[in-house]
Design a protein around this ligand. Structure first.
Ligand code: NDP
Length: 502
């Protein structure tokens, strides 16, 4: 049987012990993988191994799918009322709340996000998501559609079946909650793969799923690598739907595997290169604060990070000076350090990747206005907040998703020009407009090709408000009732109550 890992956090912020089962979670119990191999989980702050977890394989995906199919047919799906499914989700949310500090500490240890952020926002928001969808579970229904007096016509919104889900490392618990809650509320059963870089919070929550008494097999977690477990899920013939979050590159592979296997239903939440547009009439101090939050929150490892900042010429110098001063104030370091705002990038590979982008910016002639370096020890995963100026639209740092604390600040003159520049990207995840002119806010907001547009704010999300991408940022929506639509099959029922066939 897989081990239990216990870690005592010896910090002023959380001086307690956390306990995690490190096996795969299949059919309601923690089990060893069929190959009995393990994956080391590395602390991104120190580079040291935190623990080892069981490594799943394609055969473990088969076991998990079998358990999920059985649960779907016997103890979930159409076999239990929506209200009952909601009660299980409410119970899970309550148990998570009781362990909030422990889950937050695990998340910060594993992912490097500051403990103040995981405790203050990530975990509470994830719990809120589960409660939000618990409330939906008994409100998912079809329509009665008037046709003529001789017929009764109505639709049923039926669960799809076994759902495969693949999530990344940048916001592990939030991604986990965002994926499982609507799928379970709608009556599906799940096989989910967390990133092998950050599996710990999902495994901790699995113990709470057990405690909440979910029927075995409703939720299965198979930790493993993308090219084994991820591709086994996307190409599995008995998985009815796949929901993926990660890079656009991998999203293409998942879509290809889905189409080459059983043409499973698919939703994708992919990358972004989101423009943040600040007009002359904006409240500059507020724009600076939101812009900092927009790009530097969570080390810039956010799909909707506001990485391209367009500032109108009349306030460009003032904005840049204040944005620079504010960015310098961020405390970088140990996620458990008092006042830490920015922790480490997730891994040395990802740190090298971000540093490679910074080098490409320099090589292509952009100016490093701030940062551009590693912070602290030579080989640590910390990168100073970075601001580039003197860019041109074709540069890699203007076009590609960096997924680190790197911004470009670009001067613009007129509205039509900035709309054109903002839309000049393969992505369309999010955008923001800062202005005091309400007509300008609407006009620009409507012209931007993005799934979310913020006006005079950034990074605002709500469990009830849809989120997702235009263009190559994805297919489908997370959050709100929109997410539920991706987890049901709509069946039309035609009942003949009076028509005779002659
Ligand atoms: P990936 O897209 O490679 O990984 C996301 C998930 O997909 C992981 O669980 C990964 O597993 C899995 N995966 C990898 N290959 C396959 C495959 N062939 N079939 C099925 N699943 C697979 O993102 P990375 O973690 O490598 O990050 C790279 C870049 O992706 C980032 O720099 C960023 O640009 C972008 N990204 C975007 C995110 C977003 O929210 N939009 C989130 C994370 C990353 P494994 O862990 O083994 O790779």
């Amino acid at each position: 049987m897989p081990a239990t890992f216990s870690h005592h956090f010896d910090t002023p912020l959380y001086n307690e012990k956390a306990t995690i089962q490190t096996g795969l979670f299949i059919n309601g119990v923690f089990v060893d993988g069929v190959n009995h191999s393990t994956i080391d989980v590395i602390n991104p702050s120190t580079g040291k191994t935190i623990t080892s977890v069981s490594e799943g394989t394609a055969k473990d995906v088969d076991r998990a799918v079998e358990a999920a199919r059985n649960a779907f047919n016997t103890s979930w799906g159409l076999k239990v009322p929506g209200a009952t499914r909601g009660q299980f989700l409410y119970k899970l949310a309550t148990l998570m709340e009781e362990s909030l500090d422990e889950i937050a500490a695990i998340e910060s240890l594993d992912n490097g996000t500051a403990f103040g952020v995981t405790k203050g926002w990530v975990v509470p928001f994830s719990i809120g998501l589960i409660r939000y969808y618990a409330g939906w579970a008994d409100k998912i229904s079809g329509q009665v559609i008037e046709t003529d007096e001789g017929r009764l016509t109505y639709t049923r919104h039926e669960p799809i079946g076994v759902v495969g889900q693949i999530i990344p490392w940048n916001a592990p618990l939030l991604m986990f909650a965002m994926k499982i809650a609507p799928a379970l509320a709608a009556g599906n059963t799940i096989v989910i793969k967390p990133s092998e870089l950050t599996p710990l919070s999902a495994l901790r929550v699995c113990s709470l799923v057990q405690e909440a008494g979910f029927p075995p097999g409703v939720l299965n977690v198979v930790v493993g690598y993308g090219n084994t477990v991820g591709s086994a899920i996307s190409s599995h013939m008995d998985i009815d739907k796949i929901a993926f979050t990660g890079s656009t590159l991998t999203g293409r592979k998942v879509m290809e595997a889905a189409s080459k296997s059983n043409l499973k239903n698919i939703t994708l939440e992919l990358g972004g290169k989101s423009p943040n547009i600040i007009f002359n009439d904006a409240d500059v101090d507020q724009a600076v604060n939101w812009a900092c939050h927009g790009i530097f929150f969570a080390q810039g490892q956010i799909c909707f990070a506001g990485s391209r900042i367009y500032v109108q010429s009349g306030i460009y110098d003032e904005f840049l000076a204040k944005f620079t001063a504010r960015s310098k104030m961020h405390k970088i370091g140990d996620p458990f350090g008092a006042d830490s705002y920015q922790g480490p990038q997730i891994s040395s590979t990802q740190t090298e990747r971000v540093m490679g982008y910074i080098k490409s910016g320099v090589d292509q002639g952009a100016k490093v206005h701030l940062g551009g370096q590693r912070h602290g020890e030579q080989n640590g995963n910390f990168i100073t907040p970075t601001i580039f100026t003197n860019t041109t639209p074709d540069m890699k740092i203007v076009q590609e998703e960096i997924f680190g604390p790197v911004s470009v600040v670009i001067k613009f003159e007129d509205r039509q020009d900035v709309i054109q520049q903002a839309n000049d990207t393969i992505y369309g995840l999010a955008a923001a407009v800062f202005t005091q002119n309400i007509s300008q806010a609407f006009e620009v907001g409507h012209a931007l090709k993005a799934g979310t547009v913020w006006v005079n704010c950034y990074n605002e999300v709500s469990a009830a408000v849809p989120f997702g991408g235009f263009k190559q940022s994805g297919i489908g929506r997370e959050y709100g009732s929109y997410a539920l639509e991706h987890y049901v099959n709509v069946k039309a029922m035609h009942i003949n109550i009076g028509h005779k066939m002659e």
